[in-house]
Design a protein around this ligand. Structure first.
Ligand SMILES: Cc1cc2nc3c(=O)[nH]c(=O)nc-3n(C[C@H](O)[C@H](O)[C@H](O)COP(=O)(O)OP(=O)(O)OC[C@H]3O[C@@H](n4cnc5c(N)ncnc54)[C@H](O)[C@@H]3O)c2cc1C
Length: 460
């Protein structure tokens, strides 16, 4: 094991990843328990049970509010949580649960009046109208309307024409307003105002924590990031589509990472500008104090990387993520990269090279064209150090191409999975979300155990 920088670790921030980080499944389990706690507590009140339907509506209302509050916690990047669970995992859960929260909130008034449509249909629409117009439910109604607009904005994020940064600010501001209104609604109307003061105070305090987490992300987190200044060493086109960016620590502060992790980087003048983008580290800790990234040209930010001259200030938030080889016991490793996914995959491959690992390693690397391939020479030289088998896959292969044409699909993967010893191998996937999902599904349908599949999507 390389101890180059681990040996001098004294600061708690220098333990970026636990030896055994929480899996996504375990995180989801903790999440489910957490959202059920307020519902369980509501029974301490001893309010009479009023039939299964009302109890179901109560359950859905309470877990809906709990989930809304937890959404803030999942994106807060609090170091202690990030180290245990991985920001990639918490962001993934935030995105998945966001959809469910949207449905729960939007269905909430409809679920309340639904029985009226069966019992007294002629009054049901009137009841629904009362629900939306009565002064007692006004904060709930405002929260519901805002939620509708914000859910639509999240669903049609790409079509709104907003830059990611503008979208992020509006997303945060909108949901702060929604959570304040929804908490007020729960405290005044929840079970018709019959909960005791302590139950209402609990919602109030949880709401205060949620808003405080937003304040932390936008105002206090940048102060911590300001203590980690880096400078650009170089930034050049390493392939037709990808920039290879190398930055270097600009000061004597502790910084360490595990191969495969990512950081948010901001090249704005002010650390408070929050114009930050997540990119995965392509090197190992042997490269410190330098850190490198492979960045695909995609949109407004990544298209202007040419402007980054040597010496340009870079703010680094991280490292984050659990896409690492820590605490794994595989007898072989399969690394699958699509496009810019080669960045963290190179980090993992280089780490295996640093350790002169003797296990069988397979690299499957896909791109659209041969001109988009990076690190071909380095991969060839790693084949001399490692027991490495490389398979290149191209959507548009040139005439003399010796790799595989098309996509990284089940057919390509079955060649690896058919080897009997692969049952104990780890499969690392990194690339655009669509590619990661397709490869993961192929591996699962080839009977690879879910716990053997680790992935990082280049997008939350
Ligand atoms: C954990 C993680 C690791 C990543 N690692 C790499 C990497 O190593 N190399 C690489 O090329 N790309 C990586 N990405 C993707 C990269 O962050 C985006 O491609 C980049 O931010 C696009 O910015 P843009 O303004 O040029 O493009 P845009 O056209 O603005 O955005 C393109 C896509 O990227 C998303 N995006 C844009 N800005 C951000 C942001 N600030 N935060 C999160 N998502 C954003 C948008 O939702 C959109 O789907 C990673 C993403 C994540 C989540």
């Amino acid at each position: 094991m390389n101890t180059m920088s681990r040996g001098s670790v004294t600061d708690a921030r220098l333990q970026p990843v636990m030896r055994s980080p929480l899996s996504y499944g375990a995180l989801t389990g903790i999440y489910v328990v957490a959202i059920l706690v307020p519902w369980a507590l509501s029974y301490i009140e001893g309010l009479a049970v009023r039939g299964w339907y009302e109890e179901l509506v109560q359950l859905l209302s309470i877990i809906g509010l709990s989930m809304m509050l937890l959404q803030f916690f999942l994106t807060a990047r609090v170091d202690a949580v990030a180290r245990q669970a991985g920001v990639d995992n918490t962001m993934r859960l935030h995105t998945k649960m966001g959809e469910l929260v949207g449905y729960l909130v939007l269905l909430h008034p409809l679920l309340i009046v639904a029985p009226r449509f069966f019992v007294a249909p002629s009054f049901a629409l009137g009841d629904l109208w009362d629900l939306f117009t009565s002064p007692e439910t006004s904060t709930g109604m405002y929260a519901w309307c805002l939620m509708l607009v914000w859910v639509l904005m999240a669903v049609f994020k790409e079509r709104t024409g907003l830059s990611y940064e503008a979208w992020r600010y509006t997303h945060s501001a909108g949901f702060v307003a929604i959570i304040i209104l929804a908490t007020h609604h729960a405290m005044t109307i929840g079970r018709h105002g019959r909960y005791s003061a302590w139950f209402d105070i609990m919602w109030f305090l949880l709401c205060v924590v949620a808003v405080a987490l937003v304040v932390y992300v936008y105002f206090f987190r940048p102060r911590a990031v300001a203590k980690q200044p880096f400078r650009v060493v170089d930034c050049f086109k390493g392939s037709d589509s990808d920039w290879h960016l190398t930055i270097e620590k600009d000061g004597d502060f502790p910084f360490d990472f595990d191969a495969g992790q990512f950081t948010w980087i901001s090249t704005s003048d002010s650390v408070f500008a929050r114009n930050e983008h997540p990119f995965s580290i392509a090197t190992t800790r042997r490269s410190l104090p330098k850190v490198s990234y492979v960045i695909r040209e995609l949109g407004d930010y990544t298209r202007q990387l040419a402007k980054l001259g040597a010496g340009h200030r870079v703010w680094v938030d991280g490292p984050h993520g659990v896409f690492t080889q820590n605490a794994r016991n595989a007898s072989g490793v399969v690394l699958i990269a699509g496009g810019a996914g080669i960045g963290p995959i190179m980090g993992l491959l280089r780490e295996l090279g640093d350790h002169e690992d003797k296990r069988p390693v397979t690299l499957i690397y896909g791109n659209r064209t041969i001109e988009q391939m990076s690190f071909m020479d380095e991969i060839a030289s790693l084949e001399c150090v490692l027991n490495l088998d490389t398979q290149l896959v191209l959507e548009q292969p040139p005439e003399n191409f010796t790799g595989l044409p098309g996509f990284i699909n089940q057919e390509v993967l079955s060649g690896v999975v058919s080897q009997p010893e692969s049952i104990n191998w780890d499969f690392y996937i990194c690339g655009p979300p669509v590619m990661v999902k397709a490869v993961e599904e192929s591996l699962l349908s080839l009977s690879v155990a879910p716990e053997r599949i680790l992935y990082e999507q280049l997008g939350f």
